[in-house]
Write a protein that binds this ligand. Structure first.
Ligand SMILES: [Zn+2]
Length: 106
């Protein structure tokens, strides 16, 4: 028999019923915060994509702020989260920064 506990996502406020073992595993991965499946995927995606520039804490804080805007409307949050991921993935092919650091005029 499993010990199941209700836990709330620190980002979007979604509540899920999880085993205590799973909850502590997720918390260990996200600096003591519990994230739902979608949020943890977005944060992981951000960190693994940009390992040297984005720390877990930064990705986490950015996503908490991002989710905060949509807390009033969870359906919109899911749609926006997906759009954010898609936009970022396609953005990888067109890095805006390379224009600035690419070629010198001199
Ligand atoms: Zn969440």
């Amino acid at each position: 028999m499993m010990d199941v506990e209700s836990v709330m996502c620190e980002c979007c406020g979604l509540t899920e019923d999880c085993t205590q073992h799973y909850i502590s595993e997720v918390k260990a991965n996200f600096a003591g915060k519990w994230l739902c499946g979608l949020c943890s995927e977005v944060v992981n995606d951000e960190v693994s994509r940009d390992l040297k520039q984005t720390t877990l804490e930064e990705a986490l804080n950015a996503h908490v702020l991002f989710c905060g805007k949509f807390k009033a409307n969870p359906a919109e949050l899911v749609a926006a989260g997906m759009k954010q991921m898609l936009r970022r993935r396609s953005g990888d092919m067109l890095p805006a920064k390379s224009k600035m650091f690419g070629r010198s005029k001199f």
